[in-house]
Design a protein around this ligand. Structure first.
Ligand code: PEP
Ligand code: MN
Length: 263
């Protein structure tokens, strides 16, 4: 279902005013985690002003450590809905199980399946049945075939609105959080009709690498980007070292505008 031969042309996935595919660059931006009304609204306003087309923010955080901030849960979803009505930006948030999915469908426009759940087949089926557009991240150790088969589970439920997200894979290299597999982007676009976006924030874990890897992703035919932006990265409860400040994001968007259309 997800193969290019199955459809013959590229899919375009629309979420509110955001468009993935169709030779445009869609930029999703926002904090790793929703922390407070003030933090989210400030992030939303600034990323919108800079040209982002979708707001991200985690309410259910899949943290490696049990003792790290786990997210605000349904309160976070309510803050996302409020930030969306203030800014007009559609929203995406990660769901980690069927309980969080059931809550998220009431508040957000797109559901994210994270790297850790890419092969959670019951969750894939459930997001497929939800009818909401899905952002499917590549698992840390997933081959491209496994990633596409995960997408197949969602589309098989009758939900064609799937956007794939390359977010780096685990390799021997420890200098970066993950290793961004940029060659996956043009390859997957040959193999599949689904749009592909790149997340240089989780791929590198380092804000200094986010801009160069964003520019490289655009050169590699990515349909969009997912960028973590926090009003005060040094205060972030989650992923501060890889988050851009709003000013840094603004500069990145200016650089992208020079090389891409429709940012
Ligand atoms: C995220 O986008 O906040 C996230 C946890 O990403 P990943 O699943 O790619 O680690
Ligand atoms: Mn994060």
């Amino acid at each position: 279902l997800v193969s290019r031969e199955a459809k013959g042309k590229s899919s375009v996935v629309r979420v509110g005013n955001a468009t993935f595919g169709a030779n445009r660059l869609a930029v999703i931006a926002g904090p790793c985690a929703v922390e407070s009304e003030e933090q989210l609204l400030e992030a939303a306003r600034r990323v919108r002003a800079a040209g982002a087309c979708m707001l991200r923010g985690g309410a259910f955080k899949p943290r490696t450590s049990l003792y790290s901030f786990q997210g605000l849960g349904v309160e976070g979803l309510k803050l996302l809905a409020a930030a969306s009505s203030v800014t007009g930006l559609p929203t995406v948030t990660e769901v980690v199980d069927e309980a969080s999915l059931e809550l998220a469908v009431e508040y957000v426009d797109m559901l994210q399946v994270g790297a850790r759940n890419m092969q959670n087949f019951s969750l894939l089926r459930a997001v497929g049945r939800s009818g909401k557009p899905v952002l499917l991240k590549r698992g840390f150790s997933a081959t491209i075939d496994e990633w596409l088969m995960a997408a197949e589970y969602i589309v098989a439920e009758g939900n064609e609105n799937v956007v794939l997200c390359e977010r780096g894979i685990r390799t021997f290299e420890k200098a970066t959080r993950n290793t961004l597999d940029l060659s996956a982007v043009p390859l997957v676009k040959r193999l599949s009709h689904l749009p592909v976006v790149v997340d240089p924030s989780h791929a590198t874990g380092n804000r200094h690498l986010v801009t160069p890897m964003s520019l490289a992703a655009v050169a590699a035919e990515a349909d969009g980007l997912l960028i973590e932006v926090h009003p005060q990265p040094s205060q972030a409860l989650c992923d501060g070292p890889q988050s851009l400040s709003p000013d840094e994001f603004d500069i990145l968007m200016g650089q992208l505008q020079r090389i891409a259309t429709a940012v």
